[in-house]
Design a protein around this ligand. Structure first.
Ligand code: UGA
Length: 440
């Protein structure tokens, strides 16, 4: 098949590359000239394991262009995979999606299957349809097109794997022709796992929000339980295992921590709150999910203030992990932003180490924060500090050399925002160990 994918962010670039891997000809389109020039020279704009190799491997079938007309000269399927960031009121900003729809209407030269992969509120397909039709009318063209909803469920850090071996593909269509096309396109992806679920467009659009909101709810729920555990003297790690053993609950996605971050959960929870509010429904569970999450990002600073007092002047803290989760350099809505801000606001100095996100932190998120020093190694970052704060659970932090940590720190104190270590053995080694959901 000949496919155009507009938007070369996580979703667009990974999906486009995976379509090429399955033998399709793919045009990846982005208006960012620098990004496209980089991609043409093999520079991948994001850190995502396995992506660079897969782009290289499929270079014969992948083209990177800035002009959508060039792509639509050949392609008859066009995926929209541009961002839908939260607008000022938290609702999804559709301007990029609709701008792409208009450019499709201007550039298409044959029947098009327009597939929306961006996360968009229910009803967006109608707006996409209108935007395309408007341009066709201006051109006096009677070309036809189908609009399809095909939300993406990949996770940053495992995006290539998730895309090549999806546990399900959701497709929302309103014609048999579109349904058949999507089924043919995805057949090679579904050989060993998963299934393709066909439904109407509104249900497909809603499925994406419901999935992310359910996952965010699981996280806020366990974080709330963790906070209660601290108060009643229970250990959330044991409670997590205790409840996870019930198959109706399950073990996955109930790890307590410093709150969820990233570009998806915070934005999608907010957007669904706004959508339902706009329709007169007060989404109380989702509002609570969001409120618990915001508060959870302050869980570690609260423990630190309880230990050292309101002013942290004169103290140095090592922060391991800046990205919102391991295996990515993405820091959007990361807990580290809130934690480090809170510490430095109170006068502390921070020594930061992250395997991938340092550049993003230094140049974008903490550009103006002079209280942070960056280190190339996790142990170097510890020297002369009063405590270690673990924020992101990169694998290299899982079983560090604790004796070395003790030697480097001024005092053997660890605040663990991801409950990575064995409390008993750390205490035996002489550490003061604070975790989420376990009282001091
Ligand atoms: C999420 C969904 O998991 C994907 O299915 C979805 O496709 C994607 O959003 C999207 O909408 O595009 P992602 O944002 O990459 O993927 O990250 P997750 O792995 O889901 O983690 C999100 C956050 O939840 C992280 O900050 C993580 O630390 C936190 N988390 C996750 C917990 O605090 N506890 C857990 O048990 C699991």
């Amino acid at each position: 098949m000949k496919i155009a994918v507009v938007g070369t962010g996580y979703v667009g670039l990974v999906s486009g590359t995976c379509f090429a891997e399955m033998g399709n000809d793919v045009w990846c389109v982005d208006k960012d000239e620098e990004k496209i020039a980089g991609l043409q020279n093999g520079v991948i704009p994001i850190f995502e394991p396995g992506l660079k190799e897969l782009v290289q491997k499929n270079s014969d079938r992948l083209r990177f262009v800035t002009d959508i007309s060039e792509a639509l000269q050949e392609a008859n399927i066009c995926f929209i995979a541009v961002g839908t960031p939260p607008g000022e009121d938290g609702s999804a900003d559709l301007s990029a999606v609709l701008a792409v729809a208009s450019s499709i209407g201007k550039a298409m030269v044959r029947h098009m299957f327009v597939v929306d992969k961006s996360t968009v509120p229910v009803g967006t397909s109608r707006k996409v349809r209108q935007a395309i039709q408007h341009e066709l009318n201006l051109r006096g063209s009677n070309l036809t097109f189908d609009v399809i909803s095909n939300p993406e469920f990949l996770k940053e850090g495992t995006a290539v794997h998730d895309c090549l071996l999806p546990d399900r593909i959701i497709v929302g269509t309103d014609t048999d022709k579109a349904a058949r096309l999507m089924s043919d396109l995805y057949k090679p992806f579904l050989r060993s796992t998963g299934r393709l679920l066909q439904m109407d467009i509104a249900s497909a659009e809603m499925t994406k929000y419901a999935a992310n909101c359910m996952l965010a709810t699981k996280i806020s729920f366990i974080n709330e339980i963790a906070n209660i555990c601290e108060l009643v003297g229970a250990d959330v790690n044991k409670v997590r295992m205790g409840i996870g053993s019930d198959p109706r609950i399950g073990y996955s996605f109930i790890f307590p921590g410093c709150g969820y971050g990233g570009s998806c959960f915070p934005k999608d929870v907010q957007a669904l709150i706004r959508t339902s509010g706009g329709l007169g429904y007060d989404a109380r569970i989702l509002q609570a999910v969001e409120a618990v999450n915001e508060s959870q990002k302050l869980a570690l600073p609260r423990r630190i203030v309880a230990r050292y007092g309101e002013s942290l002047t004169g103290l140095h803290f090592t922060c391991w992990g800046l990205s919102f989760k391991p295996d990515t350099d993405d820091m959007r809505c990361a807990a580290s932003l809130v934690i480090i801000d809170e510490l430095t606001k109170r006068g502390a100095k921070v020594h930061a180490y992250d395997p991938q996100a340092e550049k993003v932190a230094r140049t974008i998120y903490f550009r103006d924060n002079e209280s942070i020093e960056y280190f190339d190694g996790k142990y170097d970052a510890l020297k002369g500090c009063d405590a270690l704060i673990l924020i992101t659970e990169w694998k290299e932090f899982r079983s560090p050399d604790f004796e070395r940590i003790k030697e480097c720190l001024r005092e053997p104190v660890i605040f663990d925002g991801r409950n990575q270590y064995e409390a008993e053995s750390l205490q035996e080694m002489g550490f003061e160990y604070h975790q989420i959901g376990v009282g001091d």
